[in-house]
Design a protein. Structure first.
Length: 163
């Protein structure tokens, strides 16, 4: 079996940005799943679209963004708006998997928490990614965790600041 056939026919909805969630979505896409990434047009979408390296000249997609999002479909929905939330709920009825990376409480406010989506599609598999667990409201970005763990202090030049 070719790797592209492994998840052929599987439909994945990605409600995630930056690295952890999009990487999981990318793995599904690489193995043949149809992955639809949801981005908020009011915020400019996934923040990593603009994380361009020095001299990087591209359209609205940085190399970082492309590395975690190639092979996916994309849709823009502002989940604070009732019409867009309804559209997402209709999509959920046709999905097999949802990947989400919201801090505690945010998914409920947007109508995309596990219980809310499971009521629409009882067969749905819901993967929630969080850096600190479901009871902690801190965002789990890599740089924050590296700083808290002291890893940043181990990097950089001897006479320079941590990197």
């Amino acid at each position: 079996m070719q790797n592209k056939e492994m998840f052929s026919g599987l439909r994945v909805l990605e409600l995630a940005s930056v690295l952890a969630g999009p990487s999981v979505g990318q793995f599904f896409a690489e193995l043949g799943a149809e992955v639809i990434k949801v981005e908020n047009p009011a915020t400019g979408g996934d923040v990593t679209r603009s994380w361009k390296g020095a001299g990087e000249q591209t359209d609205d997609r940085s190399a970082y963004f492309c590395a975690c999002n190639w092979g996916k479909q994309s849709v823009t929905l502002d989940l604070t708006q009732p019409d867009d939330r309804s559209r997402l709920h209709r999509m959920v009825g046709k999905m097999d998997v949802v990947i989400a990376s919201y801090k505690p409480g945010d998914a409920e406010k947007l109508g995309v928490a596990y219980d809310q989506l499971r009521a629409i599609n009882p067969k749905l598999i819901y993967g929630q990614i969080t850096g600190y667990g479901s009871q902690d409201d801190r965002v789990g970005y890599d740089a924050v965790i590296q700083a808290e763990a002291g890893f940043m202090d181990l990097n950089g030049e001897p006479d320079g600041p941590p990197t």
